[in-house]
Design a protein around this ligand. Structure first.
Ligand code: UDP
Length: 197
């Protein structure tokens, strides 16, 4: 599939089914962490203005059409029959897949309260989901090696990064080489706040 450049940012012509298949491939066949970032109007604004973020997006393993704007633009510019793949829905599909396949999931980001509550909600929604660890998103720089160790020791294959953008993209770029078992990392922004209700 050819990555399309739309409104100053790239996006992959994936639908939900294709996105989930790629996640499965990343986990089953992968030997390194792969990242998934969401393309929405915020990113059309921020990516061209932040050199570092621009680089992280250019190097991303999957860029999902989260917003309707990129979907409409893809249709007009490329005659692409693209549909939305909302980040929150992909996260839910990854949880469903993980529950079915036994992938271990670690959740990092949001306030302690939201983190705890959203893990509980996900556990109820996907009873067989193995949430092997979680951390709030306010870990200090000096405590980062401990967090990375915790993630590695949990043997998580899936890591949800809920730090907001560009924090989550920058965290991934900085720490990807230290992650020994994670095969898929999805940047989910403020999604946990919504899940926690
Ligand atoms: N967040 C975090 N660590 C931080 C700052 C923010 O985990 O150092 C979380 C915050 O609790 C929220 C999410 O990141 O759940 C999105 O935060 P915010 O709305 O500030 O960022 P944006 O969505 O505008 O990128």
């Amino acid at each position: 599939p050819i990555r399309m450049k739309i409104l100053n940012v790239w996006v992959d012509p994936v639908d939900m089914k294709g996105a989930v298949e790629r996640v499965e491939h990343f986990v089953e066949q992968g030997t390194r962490p792969h990242c998934i970032f969401a393309v929405n109007p915020e990113k059309n604004f921020s990516v061209p203005r932040d050199r570092e973020l621009h680089g992280h997006f250019a190097a991303a393993d999957m860029l999902i059409p989260d917003g309707i704007g990129v979907v409409m633009a893809a249709r007009l510019l490329y005659r692409a029959r693209l549909g939305r793949v909302p980040g929150v829905e992909l996260m839910e599909e990854i949880c469903r897949l993980s529950a079915r396949k036994g992938y271990r999931v670690f959740i990092y980001g949001a306030s302690e309260e939201v983190s705890r509550r959203s893990a509980e909600v996900l556990q109820v929604r996907y009873p067989s989901l193995q949430i092997v660890g979680r951390s709030n998103g306010f870990v200090k720089e000096g405590e980062m090696p401990d967090l990375v160790n915790r993630i590695n020791e949990s043997q998580a294959q899936v890591l949800f990064l809920a730090l907001g953008s560009p924090r989550q993209e920058k965290w991934f770029a900085t720490h990807r080489d230290q992650l020994t078992t994670v095969r898929v990392c999805q940047g989910i922004g403020g999604t946990l706040d919504t899940i926690a209700g």
